[in-house]
Design a protein around this ligand. Structure first.
Ligand SMILES: [Mg+2]
Length: 122
């Protein structure tokens, strides 16, 4: 299984089966899943918590045990996001398409070339 050969639909089905095999649907409410995304994001961030930016990059690139831990937390976040999409019957690719169209409007490349500045709230 690689990113090159696995679709979002495959991952969604894998999560659906994992949840159904355990009859965990009752726990997979939108509120619980959104909270779980935040919890797992915290676990991901915790790995980097006291490292300098340079140390974090170095470990993430060169330290196999650290890379494995990052990959596991990254998967936890992603799998809860996918489960949230399943619980809401929300099409992720469509949502990405719409969000990217908004981001392209919000950050025109000629205005944000090589720098970022948060736009003021509308
Ligand atoms: Mg975790």
């Amino acid at each position: 299984m690689t990113d090159q050969t696995t679709t979002l639909a495959n991952v969604r089905q894998m999560m659906r089966e994992f949840v159904a095999e355990r009859q965990w649907e009752k726990y997979h409410t939108p509120k619980n899943l959104a909270a779980s995304v935040a919890v797992e994001s915290g676990e991901l961030l915790e790995l980097f918590q006291w490292l300098t930016s340079e140390e974090a990059t170095k470990r993430a690139v060169h330290d196999p045990a650290f890379r494995k831990a990052v990959g596991e937390e990254l998967c936890d976040v992603l799998m809860y996001l996918v489960s949230l999409a399943n619980a809401l019957d929300l099409d992720i690719a469509t949502a990405i398409e719409h969000k990217m169209a908004r981001n392209r409007m919000k950050y025109p490349p000629e205005q944000y070339q090589g720098h970022y500045e948060r736009p003021l709230p509308e």
